[in-house]
Design a protein around this ligand. Structure first.
Ligand code: NZQ
Ligand code: ZN
Length: 387
């Protein structure tokens, strides 16, 4: 195994009623002024806003609202949140939403503590923030796993880049699967596919010629996500399936599956740049890209793709070459995506035909963990095949 250091800064409260049971107690430990951050208003429609506001009032907090955090949060929105924190001397940030709200708040929590431009600091100077306004989150849509890591994915509109920025860890993360029952079904499947993608992107990272404990755990996470997505197709409101997916989401991105691995995440790099140019839905972009990308690389990673086929999709390798078994695994993934009603082409996502795929391909990072050494020209071909 590769060397690693591991610790767990986020305390997770999981299950039905956890916000009602624990939030007041957790807030009492924080300062008097709380930034209540949320998205476009779903929390007002489903009652979560009222529930959380009542707890904030009961604990005597001064509440500063930071609303309208958009899917694919922008760097300009981060600056707005940081200004609010400074002007109101915010002591604690409470993010209530999906990955977009949590990501935006992680970077707000760092940007509010420094006059330096966080983007320039991280990408030009390669220095990283060390002081943060403490934050916690209440997850309302699962999939990204943002609640248990310190990465945030932010779109810098002027630079046309969507990239990972390091921010704060949540001191606590509250995961009540009932809160996800109002998420539109297409978003539920998109989020769940994002989780599957995180596990795959880790599993296909290096080393991919031999397995380790992290790979075994990844296989378990992938099988569980697939089974629970299938269950939701039969029973969309299943609490059990949604709770399994909610925990799988956190598990796939809390670092455990990545121990001892150099992760791949080539598909994510491509989807993020697609998002920078088109503002597309993250999980849906991944669903279109994954099978096409994998058809380009499975031969180079045949041993690992064979394991994926056999252990995740139950394909019988008897009488087949490794390469044939590997290819069948990729096709099983493609069929699953279609069966889940996820898009299989960019056109189904409303991405215009005249999108500048050359510019997108040219601005993608090429990752060290991918089993094939790709070129930007090949990325461009992959984007074209996805149209
Ligand atoms: O804005 P609101 O009104 O909250 O509506 C949201 C949004 O329209 C809605 N929603 C959330 N909870 C709901 C709900 N609607 C009804 N009922 C509820 N309970 O769902 C829509 C999508 O929300 P969003 O937060 O954008 O989705 P998701 O959680 O998939 O987050 C996507 C963002 O996370 C980034 C993505 O790139 C994208 O920007 N990622 C973050 C990662 C991380 N920090 O570790 C890793 C991922 O790979 C990913 O890149
Ligand atoms: Zn993702």
């Amino acid at each position: 195994m590769n060397n690693f250091i591991f610790s767990y800064p986020t305390k997770v409260y999981f299950g039905k009623g956890c916000v009602r049971e624990y939030l007041a107690c957790l807030l009492k430990k924080q300062g008097p002024t709380v930034l209540l951050a949320y998205g476009g208003g779903s929390i007002k429609a489903n009652g979560i806003y009222n529930e959380v506001s009542a707890i904030l009032a009961e604990t005597g907090k001064t509440v500063v609202e930071f609303s309208g955090i958009m899917p694919n949060p922008t760097y300009a929105k981060v600056q707005e949140g940081a200004r609010l924190c400074r002007e109101n001397r915010v002591d604690f940030i409470l993010a209530v939403g999906g990955g977009s709200v949590i990501d935006c708040c992680k970077v707000v929590s760092a940007q509010a503590m420094t006059e330096e431009d966080i983007w320039e600091m991280e990408f030009s100077k390669r220095t990283y923030p060390t002081s943060f306004i403490p934050m916690g989150c209440i997850v309302t849509a699962s999939g990204t796993g943002s609640e248990m890591n310190n990465g945030a994915v932010i779109t810098h509109e002027e630079k046309k880049l969507k990239a990972g920025v390091l921010g704060a860890y949540n001191t606590f993360a509250m995961l009540d699967p009932e809160y996800t029952l109002s998420v539109p079904f297409a978003q539920v499947m998109s989020g769940a596919f994002d989780t599957l993608s995180h596990a795959m992107e880790t599993y296909f990272g290096k080393p991919h010629d031999r397995g380790n404990l992290s790979d075994d755990l990844s296989e378990a996470v992938m099988r569980s996500v697939i089974a629970n997505m299938r269950q939701l197709l039969k029973e969309p409101d299943s609490y059990e399936a949604r709770s399994e997916l909610m925990w799988a989401s956190a598990m796939a991105e809390n670092g455990i599956l990545k121990l001892g691995k150099i992760t791949d995440f080539q598909c994510h790099q491509m989807e993020h740049q697609l998002g920078a140019y088109t503002n597309c839905n993250h999980g849906q972009g991944l669903a279109v890209l994954h099978p096409v990308l994998y058809r380009h690389i499975y031969r180079e990673g045949a041993a690992r793709f064979k394991s994926f086929a056999v252990k995740v999709w139950g394909i019988d390798p008897a009488g087949k070459t490794d390469e044939e078994t590997a290819r069948l695994g990729v096709e099983a993934l493609a069929e699953f995506i279609q069966a889940c009603g996820l898009p299989t082409r960019f056109s189904e996502m409303g991405i215009p035909a005249d999108t500048d795929y050359r510019a997108i391909a040219d601005s993608c990072n090429l990752t060290a963990g991918c089993c094939k050494k790709l070129t930007r020209e090949e990325l461009y071909q992959i984007f074209l095949e996805c149209r």
